[in-house]
Unconditional design. Structure first.
Length: 142
């Protein structure tokens, strides 16, 4: 348990030494405090910056592939779905009978390749899992 102690113009939270060791923080380290989903979160400034960069990159991906994600959320019936950026989501069957899906840029560059699946049904299940994940992800506008 942590205790908050009032000082003149601020408050201090005392963290036991063993907890600081578990968290990998030391005396004098800079940390950031935030509230996320009714929880208080304490992060090193390095980790907080990494999280900000990750969130920015995630939002850029969602913005770029928004049309693909919307189509995935509806369900995939067509073999190819065009994205806002001119890229394509392609579901294909190899000559060995395995299925995979890829995200391909307009210039032909592959930005994502799924693992191989034994059946179209397994590949569609993977797409449904991705769809469910995408429906649960919160999109932040920066």
């Amino acid at each position: 348990m942590l205790t908050i102690v009032k000082n003149e113009n601020s408050n201090t939270i005392s963290i036991p030494a063993d907890e600081m060791e578990k968290l990998g923080i030391n005396d004098g380290d800079e940390v950031e405090i935030s509230k996320e989903n009714d929880e208080i979160v304490l992060r090193s400034t390095k980790e907080a910056e990494r999280k900000r960069k990750f969130e920015k990159a995630k939002n850029e991906v969602f913005k770029r592939w928004n049309k693909v994600f919307i189509e995935l959320a509806k369900g995939v019936d067509d073999k190819t779905i065009q994205s806002n950026s001119g890229g394509k989501f392609v579901l294909s069957k190899s000559n060995k009978g395995l299925y995979k899906f890829i995200l391909r840029e307009a210039d032909g560059k592959i930005t994502y390749e799924s693992p191989a699946y034994n059946s179209r049904q397994e590949a569609r299940k993977a797409i449904e899992s991705l769809k469910n994940f995408l429906l649960e992800v919160e999109l932040e506008t920066i």
